[in-house]
Write a protein that binds this ligand. Structure first.
Ligand SMILES: [Zn+2]
Length: 384
């Protein structure tokens, strides 16, 4: 059975008790070969594959805060614990991709790989400084120049996009021809659209993180259904309303719920050639290896943003998302391996990370230069 790896992003408002447990029971370790991963915008989770028993504390290192860079450190820890991405850097596989392409811009990937290598080979207990990496990410995305509170999810997007651009296997993008696949059955159309995407964007980063979303628009008059397929790097989930707590599945259901477009929003039906009341629905056409889920805790209001503090729980393993697939016979099981968590308010807050170490299978909390062994509850994090 192919092991699937996914991740999702979750935003968490209140800081969970980061208690250090030195007596983790060995039988609590996840030993099954199936894994998923998760990332959070305000909370990043990544997945692990095989939890090898290892006494070494490899990869356990803090990252210095360079002035409000906790959002960056939180994401870097999540990515550092993303086994395939880590190995890509540790084995210097990225060099091959960089060299193949004769690129002039390679600095971001180089610095990222150097940082990951340092994090996994450092024998010192001193926190590592990500300043060289920070210099490069700022060149790529000047908006991260400042020292303001930043959104971790946005940062993750920029970072993955930047890395992807430098190791893209495609050097010459084909000319855009507007080929029409509308006459094809949905399944075929999805495949063609994906192939078209890969003709332009194809890298290790895409292999790991990119999936495909299908959106269907159905006319309420004539029943005509038009479909659109789009690649996605993460899913931004609205937080389901509920008493007390809601589950991640509730949020997924809300995200994929049928939506009615009426009034000013009425789209033009292709068959009726007129604006009609339509229903819109998302399904996942292709699940990525690593699924990044972002819980939208910050809501944009007119005057100021606010943060939802609803408790969202989610399973540590075997999160089965098949019901959200376009083709429900496909497998979509994910294990959580990393979480980027935001605590505090929109006015001020702090990012930390919870990651499962791919070598020893234990969970740790990372708070800038510090890290602690963390003992998650069996089924979900006790996060609000
Ligand atoms: Zn119609």
């Amino acid at each position: 059975m192919p092991s699937m790896r996914h991740s999702y992003t979750v935003t968490i408002p209140e800081e969970p008790p980061a208690t250090a447990f030195s007596f983790i029971k060995p039988d609590m370790r996840r030993k099954n070969s199936m894994s998923g991963s998760m990332l959070v915008s305000t909370f990043v989770g990544l997945l692990i594959n095989h939890a090898k028993n290892s006494k070494s504390a490899q990869g356990l290192v803090g990252l210095r805060n360079l002035g409000n860079t906790c959002f960056m450190n939180s994401i870097l820890q999540c990515l550092s614990n993303t086994q395939s991405l880590r190995d890509y850097c540790l084995h210097n596989s990225h060099r091959r991709d960089l060299n193949n392409n004769n690129r002039t811009n390679t600095a971001l990937m180089e610095e990222f790989a150097k940082l990951i290598q340092t994090m996994w080979t450092s024998s010192s207990s001193e926190a590592v400084s990500p300043s060289e990496f920070k210099t490069q990410i700022q060149r790529y995305a000047p908006r991260f120049v400042g020292y303001n509170q930043q959104d971790a999810q946005e940062f993750l997007r920029f970072l993955l996009d930047g890395l992807h651009n430098e190791v893209n296997r495609v050097t010459v993008r084909p000319r855009g021809n507007m080929e029409d696949f509308d006459h094809l059955p949905d399944e075929e159309k999805g495949k063609k659209m994906w192939a078209k995407y890969l003709e332009r964007e194809d890298s290790k980063i895409v292999d790991l993180f990119v999936g495909q979303l299908k959106s269907s628009l159905t006319c309420s008059e004539c029943g005509y259904c038009s479909t659109v397929f789009d690649p996605f790097w993460d899913l931004s989930l609205p937080i389901a309303k509920g008493y007390g707590e809601v589950s991640l599945m509730d949020c997924m259901r809300l995200f994929t719920k049928e939506d009615v477009l009426d009034g000013d929003e009425k789209p033009t039906c292709y068959r009726c050639k007129a604006r009609r009341r339509c229903t819109k629905k998302f399904t996942v056409q292709k699940f990525p290896k690593i699924l990044v889920l972002h819980l939208k805790r910050f809501s944009e209001a007119r005057i100021r943003t606010s943060k939802l503090s609803t408790f969202v729980n989610f399973p540590m393993k075997d999160l089965d998302l098949r019901e959200f697939a376009s083709d429900r016979s496909s497998s979509a099981v994910y294990n959580l391996y990393a979480v980027s968590n935001h605590s505090g308010t929109t006015m001020g807050g702090h990012y930390t990370a919870y990651c499962c170490n791919p070598e020893n299978g234990e969970w740790y909390t990372y708070n800038d230069s510090r890290y602690l062994l963390y003992f998650p509850s069996c089924s979900f994090f006790p996060f609000a």
